[in-house]
Design a protein around this ligand. Sequence first.
Ligand SMILES: N[C@H](CCC[C@H](N)C(=O)O)C(=O)O
Length: 290
Amino acid sequence: MTETSRRSIPFTKMEGAGNDYVYINDLDGTIPNLSELAIEMSRPHFGVGSDGLIALQPSSEADFKMRMFNADGSEGRMCGNGIRCLAAFAYENSLTDKTNLTIETLSGVKTVQLMMNSTDNIIAARVDMGKPILNTQLIPINTSATQWLNQDFVVNDETYQVTAVSMGNPHLVIYQEGIDELDLPEVGPFFENHPLFPEKMNTEFVEVISPNEVRMRVWERGSGETLACGTGACAVAVASVLNGLTATKVVVHLKGGQLNIEWDRENTGNVFMEGAVRTIFTGEYFSQNS
Ligand SMILES: N[C@H](CCC[C@H](N)C(=O)O)C(=O)O
């Protein structure tokens, strides 16, 4: 039988709070079109099925570099669950022996601390996400207002009170009751593609449980509803503090799991996120676009 000359790509499937990505080792820079590969591999049935694709690349300013692509092939400037899993991916593949790693992203260099269990297996990771950005010009939002804090915003003939926060990528946080009944596939795209958002938008819908607990759903730019969003959970914690709804340490409950967020507002001003990471399986993908 003739050996087909299809290109095969080894990959690892990982999840953080149910936010699942395909991870590939691209240290040798041989993958020509990561955006196209992200579209291919993210597809259910024809691909692996995931929220997107994350590549590990070399860096001149950190231990490694992360390039993250949503399921539609658009590149994300930061990914909180992704960077936590990527650090675990590097360690588990013996690409580093460090459990405290620096990773370069399009939104700056971040530090990730890996947490091990008694049998030296990685079970969680904590990332310093840096400072939240509130200036609307940097989120970006096309508005003359400097910040959007609990701002009235009409979408699809409905008025929402929204708070805009960037964690290196754009987020709009909305507090409302009954988030489980929300028709996210109907509502989400109106926010994602609104003309005031030149780089589109990730949107979080939040219910406050207590001063230290919230629950949320998210419609992600480029991926739709995901079971969790790390940068989104950080944006929710910051917005909750700014709106006087929670303390600076918040347990964020998401459809896929829990993330522990702390905004160290008084000292560094940085936001820290901690949560489980898990390798689900490894495999070999045969690209249709060999
Ligand atoms: N959809 C996001 C990227 C993934 C963010 C999310 N999965 C996270 O864990 O932070 C964006 O385009 O900005």
